[in-house]
Write a new protein. Structure first.
Length: 415
């Protein structure tokens, strides 16, 4: 479970912003809340805001942390950490990132600070028996460990560099179970969906539907439940040689020859309807392709109790379809406690019985420096439980919408 995430000086985010998945005092939809060690945790949340207000940058900050934890072990000497700071701060000001999460029924707090594209601070704590204990703390001079872990990170001293995170190094060069668990949360349990990895999700779905009959049946059943008329999904994976004409011209002859000698997977997928079939990738709409690409990873996240962070979930999908996906995620009973946090523009979701006030978040640009502010509807006074949230949002009651102060009719008439 993800409990909290905060960051500062990341793209449009200048001052510290905090997102929390901890439930407030609201008693609505209590069946969707998990009590973990006395902490009430939300299963889902949605973030709204005007274009350019920083929704995607907030998701990008979470993705940045995941990628840095899992990949910084591979950074080469002299290579800086690729991070974009706020325009008015720059890389010579500290950028901070911090998370609270639960994995293997243990709560962890992990965070770090960057400055001049290098690690300035880093820490990892955990809560055995509900009491905070240090696993490690790090600054520019080195690192210290908690009493339970003395001598267990000595192999990291020669590996750790200013452009590498200690969590990444320790997960690879020690055998501390608590560190491995924390690392695996970022590697396996925190899942990011954005425009950059949609192709990977589609490939995963196609391989699953080819090799996992239960997964294929679940996807087909969901499609039929939507009234799409889908009778079957046929995925074929063959081996083929790459043709030289398919390779980009800038590759060296040696590298081209090496690739041409290898076999690659040739994947084809057909969607079967009554009396005909279609090529999924060539003949179906963008929305149908996105749905096929989403469903298998979504089911995997649900079954295995992972955390899905998604930018613009409803893009290319009909509002009612997004509603059904969310209902599936929220209401279908599973063993674990999967979570979904996503950005959206479609306000119709706000009027459906999906979200409490503490599950609805907004991003808005501050007037003084155009930096991103993040706040929950639960922080806004005088918002009733039975209020029409979608209507209130469009009317500007909660902020976080574009305010058009220009008379465009007058401007156009003068052209």
């Amino acid at each position: 479970m993800l409990l909290e995430f905060s960051c500062s000086n990341h793209k449009s985010i200048r001052g510290k912003v905090l997102f929390s998945a901890l439930a407030g005092k609201d008693t609505t939809n209590e069946d969707r809340i998990l009590d973990f060690d006395g902490i009430r945790v939300l299963k889902s949340a949605v973030i709204y805001g005007a274009n350019g207000s920083g929704k995607s940058n907030f998701i990008d900050a979470i993705s940045f942390v995941k990628n840095l934890v899992t990949n910084s072990i591979n950074h080469q000497p002299g290579q800086g950490i690729r991070q974009t700071s706020h325009k008015l701060e720059g890389i010579d000001s500290s950028s901070s990132y911090s998370l609270q999460f639960v994995t293997n029924n243990i709560r962890y707090v992990y965070g770090f600070k960057l400055k001049n594209l290098l690690v300035e601070e880093e820490y990892l704590y955990f809560f055995p028996n509900r009491k905070q204990a240090k696993i490690f703390e790090r600054d520019t001079k080195g690192f210290t460990v908690g009493s339970k872990f003395r001598g267990k990170l000595s192999a990291c001293k020669d590996v750790l560099k200013p452009n590498k995170l200690l969590l990444s190094c320790a997960a690879n060069f020690s055998s501390v179970v608590d560190i491995e668990n924390a690392f695996r949360f970022f590697q396996d349990e925190l899942v990011i969906y954005n425009t950059g990895n949609q192709e990977n999700w589609m490939n995963y779905s196609l391989y699953q539907m080819n090799s996992n009959p239960k997964m294929k049946d679940a996807v087909t059943s969901f499609m039929q439940g939507l009234g799409m008329g889908v009778k079957d999904i046929v995925v074929t994976i063959d081996q083929k040689k790459i043709e030289s004409s398919e390779l980009p011209p800038f590759l060296s002859d040696e590298f081209k020859n090496m690739i041409l000698q290898q076999n690659v997977d040739a994947i084809s997928a057909s969607v079967v309807y009554d009396g005909f079939s279609t090529d999924l990738m060539q003949e179906e709409s963008i929305g149908v392709r996105k749905l096929f690409g989403l469903l298998c990873p979504l089911l995997d996240i649900m079954v295995n109790g992972k955390v899905l962070v998604c930018d613009e979930l409803e893009s290319s999908l009909h509002e009612s379809l997004v509603y059904e996906l969310l209902k599936l995620f929220i209401n279908v009973p599973v063993k674990g406690f999967p979570q979904i946090f996503f950005t959206a523009h479609e306000t119709g979701l706000l009027d459906l019985d999906l979200f409490r006030r503490d599950q609805i978040w907004f991003t808005e640009l501050k007037k003084e420096d155009r930096s991103t502010d993040l706040y929950s509807m639960a922080e806004i006074k005088n918002v009733r439980k039975d209020e029409k949230y979608g209507k209130g949002y469009i009317s500007g009651r909660y902020g976080a919408i574009p305010m058009l102060n220009v008379d465009f009719a007058k401007v156009v008439s003068q052209m």
